[in-house]
Design a protein around this ligand. Sequence first.
Ligand code: SF4
Ligand code: SF4
Length: 358
Amino acid sequence: MDKETEVVRASVKTRLRRGLRFLRTRARELKMIGKALVSTKHPILVHVIPMRQCNLACTYCNEFDDFSKPVPLEEMKKRLDLLADMGTSIITISGGEPLMHPDLDEVIRHMRRRGMIAGLITNGFYLNRERIERLNEAGLEHLQISIDNVVPDEVSKKSLKTLDGRLLMLSQYAVFQVNINSVLGSGVKDPEDALKIAHRAVELGFTSTVGIIHDNNGQLKPLGPHEQEIFEEVMALGKRSFSRFNEFQHNVARGKEHNWRCRSGSRYLYICEDGLVHWCSQQRGYPGIPLAQYTPEMREREYSTQKFCAARCTVSCVQQVGILDNWRDPQNLKPMPMTPPAAPQAELVQIGQVRGDS
Ligand code: SF4
Ligand code: SF4
């Protein structure tokens, strides 16, 4: 049988554990939505970076290096404790490649101990049966892999061909939920790849999402008619998870500006490997304040701050978080420096292309 059409059934025990973890996670997600609707005072989703180093070097990516050391476990725990004390609902570990972190299982365990929903974004290359079972034991609830193409090329090795064996292992052994993200837009050689990737994801029992990338100038560009058709098809395939709450993506696909309130710096936080808070992976450098010094007043200010990049934003996870507050509290403040004394203030960096793992 061709490997990329092979489907392996998980054991009865794994399917039972998977069903149970799914129900528990779904119950916690519903509670997270209720809590977010009742109060605007806590972060809903936080991305943390325990490891900037990556084993790959996708040519479009500027979220990795090939030398940095892992953030020590004790430091990671301190950051997680600060986030838990803020009332954070979900933490997603991103990178670089987080599976290169030697204490990743303990980081996940600590997230769960502190009552937060635990997610992980990985390129998947380090997954094997033993690693998947360790992630099961640590209590992981969501895992996402971005796949860029069907066969590897000079831009990206994250292809269906290189990863299909690992996807099969996930379908057989993982008790956490798996989402496969594909991409469409400028720089993607064959738009049909996104459809093939999404079909394979669904065939293996995973959810699927599709991301749309900017052109090289960081501007939204409408997808061509054929790409739009593929986009709608992939979106229809992905209607099984909370990621279906992504109607704004239709605007992105048509290159239309969208009207929403980005609550980054408040309801969504991006914590880099140095422990600084940033708006998101594309707007690193602002506010650039150490997490330990990031006060509730600062979060409150960011909640009401209008983001200049919102109309053309393609960061789907922050937009999904935004849905919970879009109906209330118009934003009327302008971004302003909030650096506490002695904290470093890096320059605002706007990254043109969104085609990383998140
Ligand atoms: S996109 Fe992901 S896998 Fe590729 S270099 Fe960046 S962090 Fe590594
Ligand atoms: S790029 Fe998007 S998510 Fe990031 S700060 Fe701007 S509007 Fe918010």
